[in-house]
Design a protein around this ligand. Sequence first.
Ligand code: PLP
Length: 389
Amino acid sequence: MDFRELKEKDGAYVAGTYNRFSADIYEGKGATLRSEDGKEYIDFGSGIAVNSFGVNDEAWKEAVIAQINKVQHASNNYYTRPQAELAELLCKRTGAGKVFFSNSGAEANECAIKTARKYSFDKYGEGRYHIVTLKNSFHGRTMATLTATGQDAMHKYFMPFLDGFTYAEPTFAGVKAECGNGTCAVMLELVQGEGGVNALPVDDVKKIEKFCKERDILLIIDEVQTGNGRTGSLYAYMQYGISPDIVTTAKGLAGGLPLGATMFFEKTQNTLTAGDHGSTFGGNPVSCAGAISVLSRIDDKLLLEVQGKSAYMRTYLGRMPNVAGVSGLGLMIGLELKNKNAREVAERCLERGLIVLTAKSRLRLLPPLTVSKAEMDAGLKILNEVLSE
Ligand SMILES: *Cc1c(COP(=O)(O)O)cnc(C)c1O
């Protein structure tokens, strides 16, 4: 089937919710992808920060296939080894006490929202259910996480949205101003991903943490995109030097398979009890086996490499024409452009064989953590050419 036929079929039968780029992804190795007709792309997207170790990673495939050869699904009515072992790994690496597994970022956040409200209900009774999120945030597409998302443009059509969410300016003063007696939690991304790759200042985040602790307001950190090595530490909160009450993650966790995790720290680890929450597919053993393979290789050596690659790319990006600024942390990179439209630049890059993403008015680069020097150079060369046009 040629690409034109594929596009027609997709257009005819797949719900039109995506503004897709004009390319199909068929196969690949590492950070090099190919479409069915053989056109090659350097991948600076990782499928939106999902393919942490690129595609076709041998160790990951081995782990996943070994589990497929045993059992692909068991339901959460029974015990499975990969789920328990992944939970242990996550707890040991983060200091969390318990983990709930789901299938996606939105679900991981949905669970965090429910947990925060129950924590408060158990301790303070009814009425203390308000959650403060940040303007320009992104927390998902379900009704609760869409409500939590602090972007007016997303709060249309689907009324009524949930009660009990307010949106703060992304500063300590902004968050403080939105918190009241009815507030049970503050939820934020340390680097806003979809919102334009904006890293929050450490100082503000530390003040928010202290403020929340003093009032028993839970601090929920949404690490769906920033997690699993993406920013140069295992989780971004670690380099901010804070202790959250709940951390959510998904995207890069299982190296390309659907998996969400909500990690509960000291205060929240016993909040959810039997019957409070659940998922049919959540913590699927194949996804968990993939995640164990990924997580156990995100060690200090790999994190140092991520930091080195980040510095290398940022140096070159900062010197490119029509770049007004480079934002983000680690291999989560935003590019503010001058005289250029980000979507158009991304389309030109694609034509020349480079996959890049956008976030609001910025270009967004999220290469696999294992991207090679040759792949970085090839991708940067194409981007430089496109920005020079
Ligand atoms: C992608 C993303 C989500 C939603 O994840 P899904 O897997 O698409 O549901 C939530 N929060 C953040 C910060 C994200 O980047």
